[in-house]
Design a binder for this molecule. Sequence first.
Ligand SMILES: [Zn+2]
Length: 237
Amino acid sequence: MRVMLVTLVGVALLASGAGAATQPVVVLDPGHDLRANPITEPIGPGSSTRKIKDGGGTHGVVSGLREADLNLAVALRLRTLLERAGIDVVMTRTRTAGTSVGNIARARIANRAHARLFLRIHADGSTDPSARGTHTLYPAYRRGWTDDVYAASKRAAKIVQRALLAALGFPDRGVQERSDFTGFNWANVPVILVEMGFMTNPTEDRLLASQAYQRRAAVGLCRGTLTFLGRSASACG
Ligand SMILES: [Zn+2]
């Protein structure tokens, strides 16, 4: 018992000193990059099922905007808002300039940062131009992969979805579990993926391409994130 106590004290000291963050860390993951990545990777630790690292994302049917650029624009605005609110922010990328690193690499950034939330920012695409609305995805429960982050991720998905809907005013497509997302199955921290709207819908594409709506999206994501962390969302402006 004495050894145990000494160990616990040691761990507590390490956690409170030695450069450990006193502010919560949020990892922002703007989806995709300049180029797709056709190399495959296992969808979860030890899995024989493999998916390509990155199909490249969609683009604006009217604006021509690349999804990777929209995701990054919102993520950079969100970083500023969260940092002002006292959150440490780690980005999986800060430019749209290369081949996408894939989803295991993105999850590892969040795991190493001990993120309180791994927030993946995307926009949707469909072959049906009338498809529109906002939805948020979170990991399905799987023992050994997501059991440790399932409940918190689901809670985060509901909170962030509500805040994003309030900010954008797009139709509500709800929250949805996914068992096949590599970036979810490799995450050891609470993780969600927001699909802000459909870039293949002319109305939502036009709006999301505007500075005003990119700001709205960032404010909504900031409010949702702070609410999930138990902080006041009023810090988001
Ligand atoms: Zn995407």
